[in-house]
Ligand binder design. Structure first.
Ligand code: APR
Length: 272
């Protein structure tokens, strides 16, 4: 695999592995870029097909849902269809392997994601979701979680995929408690992050020795502030992204796709 990398990239991965060697507390933040190689477009990619005239930033807001709930709901149904058959790529798999290896060696490796897909879980990782979960729904008024009738008998901890299966259900669903419209259980622009997830993320970032930012544009706060928090508390910051970002805290940038870098980096760190 090393043969696929340029000598400069090999040296950078080597330096990153050296920086990570013997560290006990590592915090990773992933964004849409880590799922790009699985075929899920990032947020800043221009939308295609039916949705080419809409910007994700304009649809993923409480204002957009209030103004045209059917439009926003059908965009999410389309997005659910888009991710339904997507599989973890080598970056997700390498991270899951590293997390298991770290646990066995009593190291703390906290994986935080801004993504609403479940590719980290599919790969076998334990992950903190800052921006919610595409597979879940709740009432936009009374906040009651929505579970479709066919899913009531299932384990409530399991990913509620039955709603995702309702690909053709573009019509709005209403809440049986209050009549409000059902919405995806996702954090939209301007909304607060889930309290427990954010607290876990802040603690891990503040306490880590190395913070790794993978596949995120570092544009959306508060998630983008985690690297700054880590840096202020003495951590080294590594960024893995083929494109530049406004993240000014970085000590080391590896400008390449996550699916290419992560398997090599994890192999060097774990020795397997
Ligand atoms: N490997 C690593 N990085 C990649 C790859 C790849 N294969 N492909 C693209 N990228 C990078 C892009 O260069 C970009 O910097 O991934 C980043 C994706 O940026 P965004 O689309 O802005 O995604 P993200 O940072 O996760 O967005 C944050 O914004 O829209 C909201 O809530 C939404 O969680 C999302 C948040």
């Amino acid at each position: 695999m090393l043969a696929e990398l340029s000598p400069a990239l090999i040296a950078e991965v080597h330096d990153a592995a050296k920086l990570l060697a013997s560290k006990q507390r590592i915090c990773l933040l992933t964004g849409a870029g880590i799922s790009a190689e699985s075929g899920i477009p990032t947020f800043r990619d221009k939308q295609t097909g039916l949705w080419e005239n809409h910007r994700a930033e304009d649809l993923a807001t409480p204002e957009a849902f209030a103004c045209d709930p059917a439009l926003v709901w059908s965009w999410y149904q389309w997005r659910r269809q888009l991710v339904a058959d997507k599989k973890p790529n080598p970056a997700h798999k390498a991270l899951a392997y590293w997390q298991h290896h770290a646990k066995a060696n009593h190291q703390q490796l906290t994986l935080i994601t801004q993504n609403v897909d479940d590719l980290h879980e599919q790969a076998g990782s334990t992950v903190v979701h800052l921006h919610g979960n595409l597979a879940r729904n709740r009432c936009s008024q009374c906040q009651t979680p929505y579970t479709s009738a066919s899913n009531h008998s299932k384990d409530s901890e399991a990913l509620d995929n039955s709603d995702v299966d309702r690909q053709d259900a573009e019509t709005l669903i209403t809440c049986s408690h209050c009549g409000g419209y059902i919405r995806p259980d996702i954090v939209w622009f301007g909304e607060s992050l889930p309290v427990q997830a954010w607290q876990t993320a802040e603690e891990a970032a503040a306490d880590c020795e190395v913070f790794i930012s993978i596949g995120t544009s570092s544009l959306v706060y508060p998630a983008a502030g985690l690297a700054q928090l880590a840096k202020r508390n003495g951590a080294k910051v590594i960024e893995i992204n083929p494109n530049p970002t406004p993240n000014t805290t970085v000590d080391m940038i590896i400008k390449e796709k996550a699916g290419i870098i992560m398997p090599v980096l994890v192999k060097q760190i774990t020795g397997s």
